[in-house]
Design a protein around this ligand. Structure first.
Ligand SMILES: [Zn+2]
Ligand SMILES: [Zn+2]
Length: 183
């Protein structure tokens, strides 16, 4: 069966990769494999904004996807942006193969607070489930506690739960059953 691949872009703590691995395996009925870390593409850096262009990171992740990749999720520590938005927690192809998540703004240190691994883990799990949900065709949900709700700032990430609401969860299950019919 085709796999969900995880890949670090640049240096990402192994522990964060482990959190992501276990969250993804809890929700997604796919084998999860890890690729060797990739370096951050230099061309992605925007010196004016001191951020990285998410589109370039997405391309790097897409290129690294093995042939049997059902989905590939990139994880980075750098701050991501796109021209129209001042920052992104992550990005995904809707109903596509590729997604990225940035840990940068999930860290308490980004907001001048002491590091907190528990908070970082919760936020990471939420963002991963959110972006993977998009790759399986889920759109933004109006239920603020659902992991698929749109979070434009960290407070909204914190008010989500680490799970899909019933409706989004049902949609995922339907997608999975059609997947199983394909393979
Ligand atoms: Zn979204
Ligand atoms: Zn929902």
């Amino acid at each position: 069966m085709n796999a969900l691949y995880l890949v670090a872009i640049g240096s990402v703590p192994e522990q964060a990769m482990d959190w992501i691995d276990s969250a993804a395996s809890e929700w997604y009925p796919l084998p999860i494999r890890r690729l060797p870390a990739l370096s951050t593409p230099e061309g992605a850096y925007d010196p004016k904004r001191q951020q990285y262009q998410s589109v370039e990171i997405m391309k790097t992740v897409a290129q690294a996807a093995p042939r049997d990749a059902h989905r590939v999720l990139g994880v980075t520590n750098v701050d991501l942006a796109i021209p129209m938005l001042s920052f992104l927690f992550g990005q995904a192809q809707l109903d596509g193969r590729v997604a990225v998540v940035s840990l940068c703004r999930l860290r308490q240190e980004f907001y001048g607070l002491p590091a907190d691994n528990r908070v970082l883990r919760e936020r990471t799990v939420k963002e991963v489930l959110h972006e993977l949900g998009h790759t399986f065709g889920l759109v933004h949900c109006r239920e603020p506690r659902c992991v698929m709700s749109l979070a434009t700032h960290i407070g909204l990430v914190d008010s989500k739960e680490q799970k899909y609401c019933e409706r989004c969860g049902m949609q995922l299950v339907e997608r999975f059953s059609s997947l199983e019919a394909e393979v």
